[in-house]
Design a protein around this ligand. Structure first.
Ligand SMILES: Cc1cc2nc3c(=O)[nH]c(=O)nc-3n(C[C@H](O)[C@H](O)[C@H](O)COP(=O)(O)O)c2cc1C
Length: 209
């Protein structure tokens, strides 16, 4: 096979175009089979040296979720305090996590100390292990979207505190906390763009040659 059909190519483009970082969710539960199917995409992700350093910690308990949300609220208040003027005004109105409502929540960590892959490719640039985790998250994100499910990435967190609260090894590096559920709305433009915070750039602006 030399490629996929034009219909598939067009659908794939729509999927990429319509994927959003979602913070506003319907309360509806997701069929666990759908979540499992999408999670399986992690095992197909590229990773440096085939190290597969991602560690997925589902956050199902009320205590775990409350601790993560408290962590976010404090980190977000600190972040707001770093802005002034119009930026502070816009920032204070942004919704930067869906932790209040998303029916599925999980954290992804990088176990950079894994011996899997025997260090291949990560000797000169150890950060490649974290990049591997990010690439796995990305295809998981698209898989969810293909099933009509949205995801939001939360990084406004104290990672050491989250590790303690969730009981994960302290040498794992936080890749992100993820809120997953059916989106309240569909949009072609990012929420930050709609809120007047920042704008996407087009291809010609990012090509350096
Ligand atoms: C590494 C990473 C961390 C992010 N952290 C947050 C976050 O803490 N809160 C949030 O609301 N969005 C977060 N986002 C989402 C971005 O704001 C979003 O991807 C960007 O505005 C573009 O919007 P789109 O994903 O809908 O295209 C994060 C995205 C990435 C890739």
């Amino acid at each position: 096979m030399t490629g996929f059909s034009p219909d598939f190519q067009s659908d794939l483009w729509s999927l990429i175009r319509m994927r959003r970082d979602v913070r506003r969710f319907k309360p509806d539960a997701i069929d666990p089979e759908i979540v499992d199917r999408c999670l399986r995409s992690f095992s197909l992700a590229p990773s440096v040296g085939l190290s597969e350093p991602w560690r997925i910690v589902m956050v199902n308990s009320a205590e775990g979720r409350a601790a993560a949300r408290e962590n976010f609220l404090e980190a977000n208040a600190d972040a707001l305090a770093g802005y002034s003027g119009d930026d502070a005004k816009i920032y204070s109105g942004l919704k930067l996590s869906g932790m209040d409502l998303s029916p599925v929540q999980m954290s992804v960590w990088c176990d950079a100390g894994t011996t899997k892959g025997k260090g291949l490719g990560a000797g000169t640039m150890p950060e490649m292990k974290a990049y591997s985790c990010v690439s796995a998250v990305m295809q998981f994100w698209l898989m969810l979207k293909a099933h009509g499910v949205g995801m939001g990435w939360v990084s406004i967190l104290d990672p050491d505190r989250l590790a303690r609260d969730l009981g994960v090894p302290d040498d794992w590096k936080l890749i992100g906390y993820f809120c997953i559920g059916y989106p309240e709305e569909e949009h072609e433009t990012p929420e930050l763009e709609r809120a007047g915070w920042e704008q996407r750039q087009a291809l010609p602006d990012m090509l350096v040659r």
